[in-house]
Ligand binder design. Sequence first.
Ligand SMILES: *Cc1c(COP(=O)(O)O)cnc(C)c1O
Length: 406
Amino acid sequence: MDPAATQSSEQTIEQFQRYVIPNYVRYPISLVRGEGSYIWDAEGNRYLDLFPGWGCNILGHCPPRVVEAIQQQAAKLIHVPNTWHMEPQGQFAELLCTRSFGKAFFCNSGAEAVEAAIKLARLHSPEGRYKIITFENSFHGRTLAAVTATAQPKYHEGLGPLIAGFRYAPVNDLDAVAGLVDDETCGILIEPIQGEGGVNIPDAEFLPGLRRIADETGCLLIFDEVQTGMGRTGTWFGYQQWDVQPDIMTLAKGLAGGVACGALIARDEIAPSLRPGMHASTFGGNPLAMAAGIATVRTIEQEGLLENCRRMSERFREKLQSLQDELPIVSELRIRGLMIGIDLTIPAAPAVEKCLQRRLLVNATHDTVLRLLPALTVTEEQVDEGCAIIADVLRELAQEAETPTT
Ligand SMILES: *Cc1c(COP(=O)(O)O)cnc(C)c1O
């Protein structure tokens, strides 16, 4: 048993079966301890984690500066309500907004940040403008408004009636967007790079085109940067890759180095429309999460992690490129910083399963896409180790795909 474990994986699995609502498909493994890009299960097995915390652990597991900041803050003040000022919230807001724009509102998750963005877009617009354009294959979270914004029918099944006022457009089709915007539209909401939808990088002209449509029609451009923010793409925020500034941006996932935290950033002129009495989040901006967020920003800067992100991205690209040259089952590589999609001609789930058997954690999304969201702290050795396992696994699957089954 691992020294950090208090019970076996089997015992934990039994407890889940008895007491936890089974709304997730879980691997039959209980994780007990992590350090950087490695994680250990209750039995003491070590895994290389190239998908730490579903992208939330942007600095890997238990980054020392974040751990220390949480420990120190926990001994001072864990939670106070938003009827008071508190140092960590002001300081974290300053760190975020001086690296982006505007003013911040804090909440606890991505869906909550998207909810706040939808409410702000409606509140800021003249009476009667309420429609929001979102995009096919998007993902914005699971609350009713966020899931309505998520233009994927599989996430809507059985939930209706959904929230009124959402219109869906295909990505990379500016004419379609322009055709959907009318005098009741208040916002265009998009992930600069779709994550859940398969790591889809838009054409170079698309985001600037959306900015133009928003300006011409007086609606707000909202970027959901829950996955692309905090250095994931090699710049602080995804929008900086295109030099297109949104009016509103949502953040979560890596925002506080793995501690639950969400935020909305709004341009100074727009921010006051989220006025007292119209929106709130009880735990939003609590000192513990803020301390973790401050430590996350400082770690990224002090350890040169935007630079490391870009260097490791290139290393992944080289290794995966040669794999694509070798194997026809690798149909496309989609890489921006440490947001990596390997599109296959076969289902990706069996590849994830085979990687797990070799103690490598990766993810499958959108049926055929093998997805990696490595920590910004990932090392050359870890990139090489991970890519070697992926290469082995994909070679094996390529062979199986060729061999006719009788
Ligand atoms: C994960 C994600 C969300 C939802 O975040 P939660 O914290 O699960 O509510 C929203 N938008 C994007 C782009 C995401 O990747």
